[in-house]
Design a protein around this ligand. Structure first.
Ligand code: ZN
Length: 443
């Protein structure tokens, strides 16, 4: 039986512990060592066997094979698993969720969301989806718009303040777009709603002003919808945006699908081109020359089918009809990813996940993009690098994240087995650490 007196004395001792003593206690408890069968640091091509990572507070102090573990370190032994840098998704929409079974109604869905959901409500949705990303092993995201009026900034700051668990967020605030944003046609009376989701730019000077507004609103990157519906951003406007953003040390992500839009984005010197589903070789060449990242937000036919049918079981006829409908798009995307890799365009992994996937949380659904990369011929190591080191480089955060090296933040995940043998292992992170804090540790 515990003596009440002893508990009292212990409490008193805690109260009177000097600040110096308290610091020693906290410093002692912040030494950690993670042990696992393998480690991929994402910097070199080789695998470290019998891996040990030493951590002090939020940073990595040593990485290697069979390192000696300090006596005071808390040891986390993860057995037959592979340690990797925390994953980076450079294209998320944490404050948006649309019904995946209703792809043809996306215009209406967007209207419904913007007209009926406050930014506060969407930020709370983002808190849920952000946690799901983090638990899946995604420790950093670049959130590219569709977050109401600066809801992504609020979510980012809340996470940074430690109010709730979530990934590191690079926030875009409202995306810059030509007339109409991505809304489709609206009546003149309804058009005021557009500014709640996009900032309309009208010429180069207005484009500069929109960048300044985004920076004032707290953006750490600028998102531009180069081809909207129906209007496009012009080369002049795009150049003004890139110049203004780069002057402030902020990068530009360009949503661009077809030839004209991708060419405008590349010519203006955007830092990444998102989607680029039908990009031509001359633009890919420009991207390779200027080191502009391609963010292939791709899916497999299976992903699209699962999304479309949701939890409903389709008939065989229905399934084969939809399969045929998706096949050409998936093949085109695969082809452009293969061409981009051949031409030396840097690739960063981005999911663009904003739709519901049956029985999957947002984080798990976001990692399905790896299957598309794999089908396009990317090796497991290439995929890992696209989702770690390359993502960090695109975000301008290579000094802090993206590889497992001394001095980097301790954003570390562990997946079962060997992801170089089976890339699907990346979808099953059982251990997640962000900045030295254990988020998840499943046996
Ligand atoms: Zn997107």
């Amino acid at each position: 039986m515990r003596s009440p007196m002893k508990i009292c004395l212990f409490a008193l001792a805690l109260v009177f512990l000097s600040p110096a003593c308290a610091q020693i206690v906290s410093a002692q408890s912040s030494h950690a060592a993670i042990r696992a069968a393998r480690l991929i640091d994402s910097k070199s091509e080789s695998v470290v066997n019998n891996a040990v990572v030493l951590i002090e507070n939020d940073k990595i102090t040593a990485v290697g094979s069979g390192l000696q573990i300090p006596a005071d370190a808390k040891v986390i032994d993860l057995g037959d698993s592979t340690l990797l840098p925390g994953l980076i998704d450079v294209h998320t929409h944490l404050l948006s969720e649309m019904d995946g079974t209703n792809l043809t109604l996306q215009d209406v869905e967007m209207l419904r969301i913007v007209a009926t959901q406050s930014t506060a409500r969407r930020a709370l949705l983002g808190a849920k989806l952000g946690r799901e990303d983090l638990e899946a092993g995604i420790t950093t995201v670049r959130d590219l718009g569709n977050s109401g009026v600066n809801g992504d900034v609020a979510l980012r700051d809340a996470i940074n303040n430690g109010w709730l668990p979530g990934p590191r967020i690079v926030a875009a605030t409202r995306a810059l777009a030509a007339q109409g944003g991505q809304f489709g046609q609206l009546t003149p009376e309804a058009q005021s709603i557009i500014e709640q989701e996009y900032v309309t730019i009208r010429g180069a000077e207005s484009a500069r002003q929109a960048v300044r507004q985004a920076l004032y609103d707290g953006a750490n990157c600028i998102k531009v919808i180069v081809n909207g519906s129906p209007a496009n951003v012009t080369l002049d406007e795009m150049k003004a945006i890139v110049e203004e953003a780069h002057t402030a040390g902020v990068k530009v992500a360009a949503h661009a699908i077809g030839y004209n839009a991708t060419r405008i984005a590349a010519e203006a010197g955007a830092d990444s081109i998102e989607h680029a589903y039908t990009v031509k070789d001359d633009v890919l060449k420009m991207m390779a020359d200027k080191h502009i990242f391609l963010v292939p937000t791709d899916g497999t036919v299976k992903t699209f089918l699962d999304m479309t049918f949701g939890t409903r079981q389709p008939t065989a006829e229905e399934r084969s009809r939809m399969e045929k409908a998706y096949q050409p798009f998936v093949e085109r995307s695969r082809d452009r990813l293969q061409r981009a890799r051949k031409m030396g365009v840097p690739i960063a992994s981005g999911s663009d996940m904003y739709l519901t996937m049956p029985n999957l949380k947002r984080g798990q659904a976001s990692l399905l993009v790896f299957e598309a990369y794999s089908e396009a011929g990317m090796s497991p190591l290439e995929i890992i690098q696209a989702a770690t080191r390359n993502g960090a480089e695109l975000l301008g955060m290579s000094d802090r994240i993206g590889t497992l090296e001394t001095g980097k933040l301790a954003d570390i995940i562990a997946v079962p087995g060997d992801p170089l043998k089976d890339v699907k292992a990346l979808q099953h992170a059982k251990f997640v650490m962000k900045g030295g804090a254990v988020i998840k540790n499943e046996k």
